[in-house]
Design a protein around this ligand. Structure first.
Ligand code: GLN
Length: 306
């Protein structure tokens, strides 16, 4: 089927205009509060090597929780299924930074894409990597085929300054012995992974890995096994949007992941990877225009995994 993606992106851009002022930028991380709320970019990478893009698609933004998919991938690539002893794979139905389930479920986070789960994954990486932050950067750069990807130390520091909830989660996890390393070291790693910056173009290119059964789109090298890639995609589908994961599945019908920087990335296996960025968030912490854009994309193309 021949789809004119550029025309579809142009139509989407027109149709989302009435919703442009909706939502608020995440301001609990002070560095994110300074971002122009009306930025908008989208990049779609197809398997025929074509990229279709629009707006601020080549401007870096803070990928925040989208990084959780990348740290999970690095952890499972190193230790395989043993990771599931430390973190479950069920949707939480709760906000990303919620503490409540963690206590009554005795320190086993519901899934790796909420903060508690990602903090456990951060701990795992600190235990198994020689230079955790450098090794993470190397992994992400190799997937994307781009050495320019980096942390933003200002964003990491500003989150650290007010990261009380994440500190509470980490200490609770430690009390259940589901964190093995020094809590401050784990939090420092977590805040850095969240501060990773990418453009829509870089993000969509990176996530082609998950659309390509775990093989690098650049080199063909199998970076993740097919089986583990299936699992990560399933977790994105069921847990990628916190307490709005059902809504995203319902409206968009693709595995994906959001972050409070306003980014959303989604994949259509064997077809494309798409990243959209618009900093205004709905009350659940997901980009308003990002959700709308992807809903329009799967509606207009008539393609989703369902
Ligand atoms: N760094 C953010 C936090 O821990 C990530 C949250 C998100 O993107 N949903 O609060």
């Amino acid at each position: 089927m021949n789809i004119d993606y550029q025309e579809i992106l142009d139509e989407i851009y027109q149709e989302i205009k009435p919703f442009k002022g909706e939502g608020e930028v995440a301001d609990y991380i002070s560095e994110l509060a300074n971002i122009d709320p009306d930025k908008y970019g989208i990049s779609l990478h197809c398997f025929d090597d074509q990229e279709y893009a629009l707006g601020d698609s080549r401007e870096k933004f803070s990928i925040q929780s989208i990084s959780k998919v990348l740290t999970l991938s690095l952890a499972v690539s190193q230790m395989g299924d043993r990771i599931w002893d430390r973190v479950d794979v069920e949707p939480s139905g709760d906000p990303f930074n919620s503490l409540v389930q963690l206590e009554y479920e005795r320190g086993i986070p519901r899934n790796p894409l909420i903060n508690a789960g990602a903090i456990v994954v951060a701990d795992v990486l600190i235990s198994i990597l020689d230079n955790p932050k450098d090794d993470l950067l190397r992994f992400v750069r190799s997937i994307c085929g781009n050495d320019g990807i980096d942390f933003n130390p200002k964003v990491a520091d500003s989150e650290k300054a007010t990261g009380y909830r994440n500190a509470a989660l980490a200490h609770m996890l430690r009390s259940f012995d589901n964190i093995k390393n020094d809590v401050d070291t784990v939090l420092d790693f977590y805040f850095h992974q969240c501060s990773l910056e990418m453009t829509c173009q870089e993000l969509s290119r990176t996530f082609l890995l998950f659309a390509n059964h775990g093989a690098s789109y650049e080199s063909g090298e199998q970076l993740l096994s097919k089986r583990l890639t299936k699992r990560i995609n399933a977790i994105m589908q069921t847990c990628g949007f916190y307490d709005e994961a059902g809504e995203f599945s319902f409206r968009v019908g693709l595995p994906g992941k959001s972050g409070v920087g306003g980014g959303i990335v989604a994949i259509y296996p064997q077809q494309y990877s798409v990243a959209v960025w618009s900093p205004r968030l709905n009350p659940k912490g997901n980009s308003v225009l990002g959700m709308k854009s992807l809903e329009l994309l799967t509606t207009k193309t008539g393609l989703s995994i369902f």
